[in-house]
Design a protein around this ligand. Structure first.
Ligand code: EPU
Length: 440
């Protein structure tokens, strides 16, 4: 048996959703806590699988972790092991980020192979190349990465692409390394800046320069710090889309406008209207026009907004284009939307202006959506976390019942989604069903 979400559309979704701290910041803050010489406290944590997994990894390393509702306190003082157990292999992308902090505290580290969603090849060469430049010896085995370093030192590191994770790896290693690290070609996503500010709060010396450069002067020690996480911009966009795709209006609380600027400008271009205050953003539309959108690094249209937007395109009369430039394989959810009646064609040519990162790949990087076709509920299997949310959106705007399996992907990254959708008026329930044979 497996868990399924059963969705019965009810018409326009309306109401309020409060988002919590973002999935892609909370876990990094928990890892950064390993670097302090006293406990750190992270508040506004979402209730998601990735937090459970990261806390279990920290506990396996010996850290004492206290979780009280939305607040997590990590005491790194009891850390004694250098090995993240192999049972965490493939669960999420966090173990690789623990290499630097483990090397600083115990001089050696083992982390199992990183996991996360199957959205194309997700190499870790930027992380390992940077750590090697800083003095780590790294040996990649079938099971994971073994690393050793008696003394990590600053270096000049140039990332070939502004990778979020590799930037975070370098920041969390350079802050306690000897001397200066100059990091070029770095990511500037809000979650990365949030982490850099937390490290500064812990006593790190980090300068942010124009043109994707960070300068980090290593210090001898860092103390614990506290931080109230900022709202998840992926969830915020996804719920705004839930209102728009059903012809309703959702007001999202807890994610500031600056984190949504490109989402708001893109949806505005399509005809959406907004009410924006210091604490909330709500969106509605009389009619939405099609659009051409390409995903990009910040401040561009983020890759994690791509699948909800494509779901929305299916209900905008006319031809829309989505070009994915960050990940190699992020349209695995398209066949299921087509099974529901959407008219989406995939292409492996670049239908946009940004350089194609995966030239020669056989997986599609662009889609053309012929919007306006009615959707029918059916049985679908979630391929990855963001694709899964697109299914819920499509199901909410379809005719008839949709049964969604593979929802463990959604549980890993969305804070109480069933409760939130129920508050918005959707008829959505979690049930147990026999395991389906394979993904759509
Ligand atoms: N890349 C490499 N080598 C590396 C690292 C990355 O080639 O060593 C490539 C990747 O293959 C990809 C590109 O660089 O093509 C960008 O990857 P990045 O490192 O920025 O992604 P990430 O850190 O693994 C985080 C989020 C993703 C989000 C991306 C981009 C976390 C845990 N994950 O991934 O979130 O899409 O940044 O903003 O922070 C999600 O939440 O659904 C999700 C996938």
């Amino acid at each position: 048996m497996t868990t399924a979400w059963v969705v019965n559309p009810v018409g326009p979704l309306r109401g309020d959703v409060a988002v919590r701290g973002s999935k892609n910041a909370v876990t990094k803050h928990l890892v950064a806590s390993m670097l302090g010489n006293s406990p750190s406290t992270i508040s506004n944590c979402p209730d998601i699988g990735d937090v459970d997994i990261t806390i279990s990894m920290l506990e396996a390393l010996g850290c004492e972790v206290d979780r009280n509702d939305t607040t997590v306190t990590v005491n790194p003082g009891t850390l004694h092991s250098s090995r993240v157990p192999i049972r965490f292999s493939g669960m999420n992308r966090i173990p690789i980020l623990m290499l630097g902090p483990l090397l600083h505290s115990v001089g050696e580290a083992f982390v199992p192979l990183v996991g996360g969603d199957d959205i194309g090849s997700r190499p870790i060469d930027f992380h390992t190349d940077a750590l090697k430049k800083m003095g780590a010896e790294i040996n990649i085995t079938e099971e994971g990465l073994e690393a050793k370093a008696s003394n990590l030192r600053g270096a000049h590191i140039e990332l070939p692409y502004p990778s979020v994770g590799a930037t975070e790896s370098v920041l969390m290693t350079a802050v306690l390394a000897q001397g200066r690290t100059v990091l070029d070609g770095a990511a500037t996503e809000p979650e990365v800046i949030e982490l850099a500010l937390f490290l500064q709060r812990m006593g790190a010396r980090i300068e942010m320069r124009p043109n994707r450069r960070y300068i980090i002067d290593g210090v001898d020690e860092l103390s614990g710090a506290s931080h109230h996480l900022k709202g998840d911009r992926i969830e915020a966009f996804s719920y705004l889309t839930a209102g728009l795709i059903t012809g309703g209006e959702v007001r999202v609380q807890g994610c500031s406008q600056d984190r949504l600027v490109t989402a708001i400008s893109t949806l505005s271009r399509m005809g959406a209207r907004f009410e924006i205050t210091d604490s909330s953003v709500s969106a509605w539309a009389d009619k939405l026009e099609p659009a051409a959108v390409e995903t990009d690094t910040h401040p561009g249209f983020m890759t994690d907004w791509q699948s909800p937007m494509v779901a929305l395109f299916t209900q905008c009369e006319g031809l829309s284009v989505m070009y994915e430039t960050v990940y190699e394989n992020r349209f695995t959810y398209v066949p299921a939307l087509n099974k529901m009646g959407a008219q989406i064609e995939t292409y492996n040519t670049a239908l946009g202006s940004i350089d194609q990162r995966f030239v020669g790949s056989s997986t599609p990087c662009s889609v053309i959506v012929r919007g306006g076709a009615p959707l029918q509920g059916t049985d679908v299997v979630v391929p990855d976390i963001r694709g899964g949310f697109a299914y819920v959106l499509a199901a909410a705007s379809a005719e008839g019942t949709t049964t969604i399996t593979g929802t463990h992907h959604l549980d890993r990254g969305y804070n109480r989604p069933i409760e939130n959708f129920t508050e918005l008026g959707l008829d959505i329930k979690r049930i147990e069903v026999p395991k389906p044979p394979e993904a759509d």
